[in-house]
Ligand binder design. Structure first.
Ligand SMILES: NC(=O)c1ccc[n+]([C@@H]2O[C@H](COP(=O)([O-])OP(=O)(O)OC[C@H]3O[C@@H](n4cnc5c(N)ncnc54)[C@H](O)[C@@H]3O)[C@@H](O)[C@H]2O)c1
Length: 413
């Protein structure tokens, strides 16, 4: 039986780790403590787990009291480094949500702390467990397209999911590092993992022309907005059980308003980005992220010496926001053949296409073998955010950015 503590009692921490740990992994994992500056959200953990979970007023006291086998870190992205560093320094292994951190400075500190303490650090890149991306890893590793020469990767967020990043802390660059760090860390990790190369140079453009102060009719938050009856982005924070319990009922404590206007002039991130990346082995990538698409999904094209692979994930949004999902892979080889595969989702599509269920199994029960390398290391965490952080600098300074300017080992490129 392993003991865990959790810092960050938001939806991800509680619904994806705390509750499943208590309800599905009680034979091998004990949730022995939680910490969040918001006491109301800490209390909610016990309510949703249907079991009394010790709640601590202070992170260090929690570690010193519980002495856990590992610390699960799930607050806002900008807070990760603080807890990762303190946990490792005190001698504990860490499981941290993506994005590992939001700055190069903290990435280097985490790497140095890991080297100094020898503690384990796992970044929970759940997309590596998604059936589509797992299959792509197997296919690329088996050499279906030969050596990878170039990648085109388009990621689409619809106006349900995409808009949600513009309502809360994600919309502030200092909290999330922008979507290029917060969201794209998943996508850059997948490409780094498939290519087994390091990103070395980045060029990026980005705009905020859909959300943000691009509409006259806007308010401070949905709850009090004079336009709520006609706004298609209206979100009823009182009607939705989860939003109400997690956020609305606890907002007096810390001022975390979950239903801020997606057209606010305080938004400081982009909703459309275009990024070019050059890799250490010579591969190049075109990547784009759109946060206001009519449907959600991605299109990933990999061109290699022996052929081409096209992967599509498409979630059509039906009127009531239910989604219909389809995953397909096409491989074109040099013999003029076309091979088509449909990739079914796991767990009925629940929890990021079944990925969350698989990664929890791996975290709490352990993979019998990890031949594909789905268990992501601190280095993987650093290399994926490196692209997003370099892209942020590229946009700000209007120049191509070498990752070696910030990470010593890539200086030669
Ligand atoms: N892998 C995935 O698919 C996935 C999905 C969703 C979220 N996430 C990640 O999980 C993390 C949490 O996201 P969320 O959606 O639960 O956000 P959330 O806003 O619901 O929760 C954030 C929590 O952090 C707490 N917090 C704020 N400041 C803090 C501080 N200084 N110290 C400790 N806690 C603090 C807040 O009170 C809140 O309870 C983020 O890092 C996010 O990137 C990952």
């Amino acid at each position: 039986m392993k003991k865990y503590v959790l810092v960050g009692c938001g939806m991800r921490g509680v619904l994806s780790y705390a509750v499943p740990m208590v309800k599905e992994f009680s034979d091998c994992a004990e949730l022995a403590g939680v910490y969040d500056p918001n006491k109301g959200r800490m209390k909610l953990v016990s309510r949703l787990c249907e079991k009394e979970i010790p709640a601590f007023d202070d992170f260090d006291t929690m570690l010193d009291t519980v002495k856990p086998d590992a610390v699960i870190v799930t607050p806002r992205d900008c807070d990760h480094a603080e807890y990762v560093l303190r946990a490792m320094e005190k001698g504990y292994d860490v499981i941290v949500e993506k994005a590992l951190t939001t700055t190069f400075e903290n990435a280097v500190k985490i790497r140095e702390m890991k080297e100094k303490t020898g503690k384990n650090l796992t970044v929970t890149f759940n997309l590596r467990y998604h059936p589509l991306y797992k299959r792509l890893k197997e296919l690329i590793a088996s050499g279906v397209v030969g050596k990878v020469l170039s990648v085109h990767f388009e990621w689409l967020l619809n106006t349900n999911h995409g808009a949600d990043y513009f309502r809360r802390w994600h919309s502030r660059r200092e909290c999330s590092g922008s979507l290029l760090v917060h969201k794209s860390t998943h996508h850059f990790d997948i490409i780094n993992w498939l290519l087994e190369e390091k990103p070395v140079r980045v060029n990026a453009f980005g705009t905020l022309r859909f959300y943000g102060p691009n509409r006259e009719e806007r308010g401070e938050r949905c709850l009090t907005c004079p336009y709520k009856k006609k706004c298609r982005f209206y979100m009823d924070i009182e009607a939705d059980d989860e939003l109400r319990q997690f956020y609305y009922e606890n907002e007096a404590e810390d001022g975390y308003i979950r239903d801020r206007c997606v057209f606010s002039d305080e938004i400081s991130i982009e909703d459309s980005v275009a990024v070019n990346v050059e890799y250490s082995g010579g591969a190049i990538m075109n990547y784009s992220l759109t946060a206001h698409s009519p449907y959600e999904g991605c299109r990933l094209v990999i061109n290699g010496t022996d052929g081409r692979l096209e992967a599509t994930e498409r979630k059509d949004q039906i009127v009531d926001y239910k989604e219909v999902s389809a995953q397909e892979v096409l491989i074109f080889n040099r013999r003029g053949e076309k091979i088509r595969m449909e990739i079914p989702l796991g767990n009925g599509g629940e929890g990021h296409g079944g990925a969350d269920e698989m990664i929890r199994d791996s975290l709490f029960r352990g993979l019998s073998n990890d031949t594909l390398g789905q268990n992501a290391s601190a280095e993987a965490g650093i290399m994926s955010i490196a692209i997003g952080m370099a892209a942020n600098i590229s946009m700000k300074e209007k120049r191509q950015v070498a990752i070696g300017e910030f990470l010593e080992e890539l200086k030669e490129y």
